[in-house]
Write a protein that binds this ligand. Structure first.
Ligand code: ATP
Ligand code: MG
Length: 557
């Protein structure tokens, strides 16, 4: 993994090498790629790899990328998904040249099918799905010809037209390519090109009742768009032979298919079908639940486009499927958030501190928004006689080297003064209710002349104007690294404690928070406003904790 971290030293990936060669030899002057999602769900982090790859290639080399919706399956596809996919691609920072739909090409595809029929390369088969499965053979046994395989061209044309005109019920007939039932590649054993499905399509409505199969739509759409490098994932390697056969026999633009390994991350699932189950069975609140590995979930959680692009860049492209540690994604996130997040103070489990020698009604202090960012600016914070600190920043009987607050001990309040704990106040049951402290007036941050050195700096809020907020703390959605690789149903491994809702007391600057803002709650982690937030009830999501064990673990290994 440590190799993968050093992105600056990364050499060209194998696709970049191929393209560089293609441009050098003059095979192409410029390239065309496409990102081809099926609009049957929201995009997830795996898709981000494909997006960054396809769009990244045409940023690096001359050419452009299309966004093409592979909408050949009318039953599972919806316009809501189309809209979410566009939003997610744009949010990741990419803009497509043309927006296309495979359904735009239904007329072309129908004409292509007729061409194959006319050339004796496709036939209508009346076999049932079961009969076809039996005749198909197995990887070690050749298949057998269907009795309908020898139909005349005229009969095929007539039947295919009737299929299109809605004269037959669903599943009663298919159009198949006439290739070779003994072919060593099972996908070449007369693959189905069209099936009958009397279903409403999200774009073509009820115009069609026959729909092309993936293999008959995908490559042909690539050709129509003159895609030069059609990049898909490894499971399509055996489909390449059919991809090439169709292009050759239809005599259309020779797009080429290249494959790379799927990218999955641990402790989650990256399959739209499985994510859909989580949504419909209400294991999560929706596609954009901040625990989801969807782009919209990550966005709501507080991820930045830059951190996701950085992640995709670091994992690069490979030929072998592998599982990527979610820790790397979080590492990329912290790298970015550290630079941009506005620092704010929020106390989660407060204990009241009375500053007994503070006589003023209060004052306005200043604190840097982000010391990592020169242009971060400063903000006002109010200070007064009564403040809250984190109760676990105090210990009545403290061990040595405890640098937080303890009786007789001093700490600095961030961007304010040094205080000393003089007295611990308890109720009748012996519970601590207040701490009485004194402050050092000359120790004000920025103009400290006290010459007192303290080791601990605590975050705090002013009791007079602290705002109560709701904070949603997320943990992994699954308890195991690969829930799909375990016995039983993947949902048996859902982490029951993936969401914890806690209260916090925030400095009033957080009332101005906007959805796009990123915050670091000092000493706590990174947070962002949630869309469910309303004026009188601010809701924040914990994007990621501060601590970063990941990089350290990598170095140990
Ligand atoms: P899912 O199983 O989640 O539905 P899919 O591959 O069926 O995934 P598509 O909508 O067909 O989803 O995918 C669009 C593009 O994204 C395809 O080129 C696909 O290969 C790629 N893609 C999908 N998942 C991953 C992944 N985990 N890693 C890399 N690329 C992916
Ligand atoms: Mg798919």
């Amino acid at each position: 993994m440590s190799e993968e971290i050093k992105k600056e030293e990364r050499s060209l990936n194998f696709l970049e090498e191929i393209i560089e060669e293609d441009l050098k030899t003059g095979k192409y002057q410029s390239i065309v790629t496409r990102f081809p999602p099926e609009p049957n769900g929201y995009l997830h982090i795996g898709h981000a790899s494909s997006i960054c790859l396809n769009f990244g290639l045409t940023q690096k080399f001359p050419g452009y990328t299309n966004l093409r919706f592979d909408d050949t399956n009318p039953v599972t596809e919806e316009t809501e998904y189309v809209e979410s996919i566009k939003e997610d691609v744009r949010w990741l920072g990419f803009e497509w040249k043309n927006e296309r739909f495979a359904s735009d090409y239904f007329d072309n595809l129908y004409a292509f099918a007729l061409k194959l029929i006319n050339n004796g390369l496709a036939y209508v088969d009346d076999s049932t799905a079961e009969e076809m499965a039996v005749l198909k053979g197995t990887p070690t046994e050749p298949g057998k010809d269907s009795i309908y395989r020898t139909r005349s061209i005229e009969e095929n044309k007539d039947l295919f037209t009737k299929m299109k005109n809605g004269e037959f019920p669903d599943g009663s007939r298919t159009l198949r390519a006439k290739i070779d039932m003994q072919h060593i590649n099972m996908l070449m054993r007369d693959p189905i090109l069209y099936r009958i499905k009397h279903a409403h399509h999200h774009r073509t409505g009820d115009k069609w009742c026959i729909y092309p199969m993936y293999d008959f739509a995908h490559g042909q759409s690539d050709s129509i768009e003159e895609v030069t490098h059609s990049i898909c994932t490894m499971e399509f390697v055996p489909h390449r032979e059919l991809y090439d056969w169709l292009i050759k026999n239809l005599e259309i633009y020779p797009s080429h298919q290249y494959e790379f390994a799927r990218r999955n991350i641990n402790y989650t699932v990256t399959s739209k079908r499985k994510l859909l189950q989580l949504v419909t069975e209400k294991h999560v609140t929706g596609w954009d639940d901040p625990r989801m590995p969807t782009i919209s979930g990550l966005r709501r959680r507080g991820y930045t486009p830059k951190s996701i692009r950085d992640f995709c860049d670091r994992i690069g492209v490979a030929k072998r499927d592998n599982m990527v540690d979610v820790g790397l994604l979080e590492f990329c996130l912290r790298e970015d958030l550290n630079k941009i997040a506005l620092r704010r103070m929020v106390v989660f489990d407060p204990i009241k501190v009375i500053i007994t020698n503070y006589e003023s009604d209060g004052e306005v202090l200043h604190s840097e928004n982000n010391s990592e960012d020169e242009k971060g600016g400063i903000r006002d914070i109010s200070f007064s006689k009564e403040i809250y600190i984190e109760s676990n920043d105090f210990m009545e009987v403290a061990p040595k080297k405890y640098f937080r607050l303890a009786p007789g001990q001093m700490v600095r309040l961030k961007s304010a003064y040094i205080i000393k704990c003089d007295e611990v106040i308890k109720d009748a049951d012996g519970n601590i209710t207040e701490l009485h402290c004194s402050y050092i007036p000359e120790s004000k941050s920025g103009s400290d002349t006290s010459e007192i050195k303290v080791k601990g700096t605590l975050h705090w809020v002013n009791a007079a104007d602290a705002v109560e907020i709701e904070v949603r703390e997320y943990d992994r959605l699954f308890q195991v690294e690969d829930p799909t690789d375990e016995e039983g149903d993947f949902k048996d491994y859902i982490n029951p404690d993936s969401l914890k809702v806690v209260k916090g007391f925030a400095e009033p600057a957080l009332k101005e928070a906007k959805l796009d803002d990123r915050f670091q709650f000092i000493r706590k982690g990174y947070y962002c406003l949630d869309k469910e937030s309303v004026d009188d009830k601010l809701v924040f999501n914990r994007t990621v904790t501060l601590k970063d064990g990941w990089m350290k673990d990598q170095k140990k290994n």
